[in-house]
Design a binder for this molecule. Structure first.
Ligand code: HEM
Length: 318
């Protein structure tokens, strides 16, 4: 486990650095402080030092009661396999897209009214009158597409890198549910502006759901919430969009992340696992070569057994 910065370690638990280490002078401080007061011993300096320590002390106070630093260190300083690349950032990018949607959604909910007569005008009010309203609305609207694109790219990465295989099948299944919930998020959000496009697109979407086998008709009835798309449909879509789905997605992302940390990241498929280390004799008598018998990129023999000593890529996991 990597060493925690001294600043984050509570004062009573900190190791006293030896002379010459961590800013401690090699020569001892003057004995008579009255004659030669060092700068930090003045009242002013002491206050400044205390002020600097205050946030750390506060963190340490919380940590002594929560013991969260061990968990956080384990989470933030995990080992990752060699050869990871930009494709591995797609999951985190999806997470950021979700967080942006959640934050902008909260601000939109402050001004949006889920009623068939006021929904459209409340959106127009957000766009035309509210400070930064059009910007926040635009971020939420385009952010939805960004999240859908990123989630598909992330799924493609995990598929093509074989990350769905043992022991990560459960994380794949959680991912599939996250994908369905994200698509449902996009679908239920589309109706909310209640303009001509969202109204007719939602009717098409509800009817497509109705063509599904067995549960299809029940699903479309549930979504329509009555014989026609109307006030109840809008309220239902709004509740699903801003309460049910975000809650479920947050819980599932928590489980998804727990498994990512617990199981470690899959190494890229083109990297080779480290070969088990075998003790080699200093002199290979049988082959008649001195040294450990290693030939770069080739195979060595120990007592007639072929060993592939070509350097392999490590796949260290947390
Ligand atoms: C809200 C949606 C999602 C979020 C926020 C999310 C987030 C993440 C993050 C941050 C990681 C670790 C970094 C990485 O490998 O990219 C990860 C890994 C993983 N995700 Fe997702 N993910 C989501 C959806 C999905 C979907 C739709 C699938 C597949 C159907 C999926 C399957 C996986 C798998 C199998 C791993 C392990 C990858 C490995 O071990 O290399 N995730 N996810």
């Amino acid at each position: 486990m990597p060493k925690l910065s001294d600043l984050l370690v509570p004062a009573p638990l900190r190791k006293t650095p030896k002379p010459g280490e961590a800013g401690v002078p090699k020569t001892p401080a003057p004995q008579n402080l009255k004659d030669e007061p060092p700068e930090q011993q003045t009242e002013y300096g002491r206050l400044g030092e205390k002020a600097l320590e205050a946030p750390t002390e506060a963190l340490a106070w919380v940590d002594q009661r929560m013991a969260a630093s061990g968990f956080l260190t384990g989470m933030l300083f995990r080992k990752v396999p060699k050869g990871t690349n930009w494709f591995y950032t797609l999951g985190s990018a999806t997470l950021i897209a979700f967080i942006v949607q959640a934050i902008t959604g909260v601000f939109l909910a402050m001004f949006y009214t889920p009623s068939t007569t006021q929904a459209y005008t409340s959106i127009a009010h957000i766009n035309n009158d509210v400070f930064l309203g059009q910007f926040v609305h635009g971020m939420h609207k385009w952010g939805a597409s960004v999240m859908v694109i990123l989630i598909f790219l992330h799924m493609a990465r995990t598929f093509f890198f074989g990350a769905y295989k043992y022991p990560r099948e459960l994380n794949w299944v959680i991912g599939v549910v996250l994908l369905i919930l994200t698509m449902t998020m996009a679908f239920t959000g589309y109706l909310l502006p209640f303009d001509q496009r969202s109204y007719w697109a939602s009717i098409v979407g509800i009817n497509i759901n109705g063509t599904g086998p067995i549960v299809g008709p029940y699903l479309s009835d549930f979504l329509r919430a009555g014989p026609e798309v109307g006030a109840t449909t809008l309220s239902r879509f709004y509740a699903i969009h801003m309460l049910l789905l975000p809650g479920a997605i947050i819980a599932l992302i928590g489980a998804h992340m727990y498994l990512v940390v617990k199981l470690g990241t899959t190494a890229p498929p083109w990297t080779k696992a480290d070969k088990p280390r075998v003790a080699e004799p200093t002199t290979n008598l049988e082959a008649g070569v001195s040294g450990n018998g290693y030939r770069p990129g080739g195979a060595s023999t120990i007592a007639g057994v072929q060993l592939d000593t070509s350097p392999g890529d490590g796949t260290a996991h947390a």
